[in-house]
Every structure is written in C-alpha cells, then in structure tokens.
Design a protein around this ligand. Structure first.
Ligand code: FAD
Ligand code: UDP
Length: 367
C-alpha cells in the first residue's frame, strides 16, 4: 500500500498524520526545515535555558472544547493569561483597550457606564457598516484612541493604508468597559509546559509515522496515495499565476540580565518607532521565569515578504483575493491533493483553528 504524505510538520501536518496513523495508515511527514512544529517552534536557548518562541510569540487560546482536549492529550497546559501593554507617547497603557486605558488616556476616573457613554460620543456612529480597518477603528473607539493605538501600529504591521485593510483584522480585538485586561475572550488559554515543539513531537510519535526533516516535498520521488499539503498554495503551482503576498518579520535579539521590560509583550504603536512590539520570552512561562538570571527579548519588525523570506501574515487585499481564487480553482482540480493550514489555504489561522480544521479535514477524508 502506498503511503500518504503530509507536507509540513507544523500543527496541520502533525494532526493529519496522527489521525491517519491511529487508523493504521502509514504516513510520511516531510518538512524542509531542520525542526518540527512549523512556525510554532520553541526551543530552550543554549545559554540561558529560556524557552524561546523562534518565529514569534505564541499563546494558545480557544473556545473549542474538542481542540482544548486534543492538545491536553499531548501536553500539560500551564495557566497563562496574555496581558499586553502598549507604550504610546512615552506612557505605558493596558491593552486591549479597557476601562484603565480609557481613564488613563483621557485623564479621567469614569465608571463603566460613564466610559461607555463617553466612548459612544467619540465613536463615528455615522459609519453604519464598517468595511475597512480604519472605519472599524473609528466606529469602535473614535478618532483619538484610534490614532494612538491602531493607526501607526497597523501601518507598520501591514505596510498599507488602514483604509485598504479589511475590518476583520481589528474585530479580533475586544473593547472593554471594565478593568479586565485579558487580551483574549476565549474560555481556554494556556502555555504548554515544555513548549510547542514538544506537543508536536508527541503528536508525531507513532509507529505509523515517519518524519523526514530538511527535505522539500519537491525533492521526493515517492508516489503517494494522497498528499496533504500545508506549504504555500502558490508555491505548489510553482507561482505560475503570480505570488500571493505576505508580510514577513525580522527579529532583533536583545540579551540582558534580570528583567528587561517586566512583561511578556509591549506594543509600540507610535509611528516614529520602527518596530511593532517587543516580546520577552521568559515571561511566557511565569511558573519558571524567576529561575532565570538572564533574559532574552525580541524587537519585531514587519516588512514585505520577498522570495526566500519566511511567509508569516497573508495580506488578503482585493488583488490577493483575485489571485487566491485563481489558485483555489487550480487546487480544486488537482487530484489526490488536499491543501490545508495557514499557507495552504492562505488564511490567518490561529493554532486552535488550525488544529480544528485539520481534524475536520480528516473526518471528511476518512468517512
Ligand atoms: P506552519 O506552522 O507554517 O507549518 C508549515 C510547515 O510546512 C513549515 O514548517 C514549512 O517549513 C513546511 N513547508 C512548507 N512548504 C514545504 C515544502 N514544499 N516542502 C517541505 N516543507 C514545507 N496562533 C495562536 O493560536 N496564538 C498565537 O499567539 C499566535 N501567534 C502567532 C504569531 C506570529 C508571529 C505568527 C506568524 C503566527 C502566530 N499564530 C498564533 C498562528 C500559528 O503560527 C499558526 O496557526 C500555525 O503555525 C499554523 O500551522 P500550520 O501547520 O498550518 O503552518
Ligand atoms: N493592532 C493595533 N495595535 C495594537 C495591536 C494590534 O493596531 O497595539 C492591530 C494590528 O493591525 C494587528 C491587529 O490589530 O494586526 C490584530 O492584532 P493581534 O494582536 O491579534 O495581532 P497578532 O498577534 O496576530 O500579530
């Protein structure tokens, strides 16, 4: 019997391989990187022992009980609540925008209902059905908060006018009229005790699964029963219709002793600051952070993804969507291949959605 191939050893490829292996189907998982776990890869820094998120900070959060119990089969999830801060105009504020942010920003001490009325008076209620990021921001919090917290950050992050971006990007963020500063609304949130690479390693640890690293799918000369492809959709077709656009990230490493910024994530929305945020990785593991004398942090710079760069964020503007549809038509005609994951479907997918989608794909494939 021919094997099935899962291209990419991130969450998509690993979950798919496991679902097949548990039903006795042999799978080859191939990844061109020298490690598993894709963009969620974590490893202990050789000098300090701190668990470093190599491709940017990852916090697990979900409302999907099925996905939460799935990951808990393979790791111990430690309690973790993402509390993000932002430095704006030389002052430090709390995110997502909550009662503390509003009172501090406007120099007031309003109650929840007073703050809600105050923000409603500032919000651009003439924008009935916000389509763009800018309209959503102005409708959501009004001009002053929008300019301070969203406009500059978004221009740096996405490299385009916020009026050209979809409103959905901002809809990810809550607005609260109480002092709850949890960045996410989901009921389940946590950090894997031993990092994400350990989870993916356990998912892949099955006698029916062979993992081959530092090997591109294009270099294989084996025939497969079926291929699940979590690499970039346009790359599969050799970019022959053009390239789907992404943003990539550059990380500038900071090494220091003690505590660098006192928290895991500090955003920098000011347009004059070239980076978007600094993440200090020992704070993602509060249960062990005190045991490290040294610290590692990363300044994050966003720019257009060129050939050879790591694709991080799909841009999905109008032109990209037209090209995407053309590739999707090709993909639908491609026999024996299913395109999955963040790159294979050219969608911004969090880890929980990635895992949920992989489980769904397997449910329909296996039935
Ligand atoms: P990937 O992890 O990208 O894996 C794809 C793999 O395929 C890669 O390892 C690649 O090397 C390999 N590959 C591609 N093409 C080929 C080929 N032709 N041959 C061989 N190998 C190939 N999600 C959250 O839930 N919480 C967060 O806090 C969070 N933070 C994030 C921060 C950043 C900066 C980014 C970019 C993403 C973040 N995410 C977060 C999303 C998370 O990274 C994704 O949900 C997840 O990585 C998707 O998994 P995947 O397996 O689909 O893709
Ligand atoms: N955003 C912003 N200011 C911030 C944080 C986020 O303008 O301080 C915008 C930005 O456009 C970003 C989007 O909100 O892309 C979603 O934010 P999130 O923190 O979810 O981004 P991610 O962690 O996925 O990079």
């Amino acid at each position: 019997m021919k094997r099935i191939c899962a291209v990419g050893a991130g969450f998509s490829g690993a979950v798919i391989a496991r679902e097949l292996a548990e039903r006795g189907v042999p799978v080859l998982v191939v990844d061109e990187r020298s490690h598993i776990a894709g963009n969620c890869h974590t490893e202990r820094d050789a000098d300090t022992g701190i668990m470093v998120h190599r491709y940017g900070p990852h916090i697990f959060h979900t409302a999907d009980e099925r996905v939460w119990s799935y990951v808990n089969r393979f790791t111990e999830m430690m309690p973790y609540t993402n509390r993000v801060k932002a430095t704006v105009g030389g002052k430090v504020y709390s995110l997502p925008i909550n009662l503390h942010t509003i009172n501090q920003f406007f120099g007031k001490s309003m109650s929840p209902s007073e703050a809600q009325a105050f923000i409603e008076a500032q919000a651009r209620t003439d924008i009935q059905d916000p389509q763009s990021f800018e309209e959503q921001g102005l409708r959501f919090v009004g001009d002053a908060l929008y300019k301070a917290f969203f406009d500059g950050y978004t221009r740096k992050q996405w490299g385009v006018e916020p009026s050209k971006l979809p409103a959905s990007i901002l809809k990810r963020l809550p607005l609260r009229f109480n002092y709850d500063d949890n960045y996410f609304n989901h009921p389940y949130q946590g950090m894997p005790r031993d990092g994400y690479t350990a989870i993916v390693g356990k998912i892949l640890d099955h006698e029916k699964i062979e993992v081959r690293l530092s090997c591109a799918f294009e270099d294989l000369d084996e025939e497969f029963e079926h291929v699940f492809y979590s690499g970039p959709l346009d790359r599969y077709f050799k970019y022959d219709l053009g390239r789907l656009r992404y943003r990539t990230l550059d990380f500038e490493e900071i090494r220091a002793s003690g505590d660098f910024q006192g928290t895991a994530v500090m955003n920098y929305p000011d347009p004059g600051v070239p980076f978007t945020r600094i993440s200090e990785h020992k704070h993602f593991a509060p249960w062990e952070a005190q045991s490290f004398e040294k610290t590692i942090a990363f300044r994050e710079y966003s720019r257009a993804c060129e050939p050879g760069d790591t694709p991080y964020y799909p841009i999905r503007l109008l032109d990209d969507k037209v090209l995407l549809e053309a590739y999707e038509d090709r993909a639908a005609q491609e026999k024996g291949v299913t395109f999955v994951g963040r790159l294979g479907t050219y969608q911004y997918l969090d880890m929980d959605v990635t895992i949920g989608r992989a489980l769904d794909v397997m449910e329909s494939f296996l039935s």
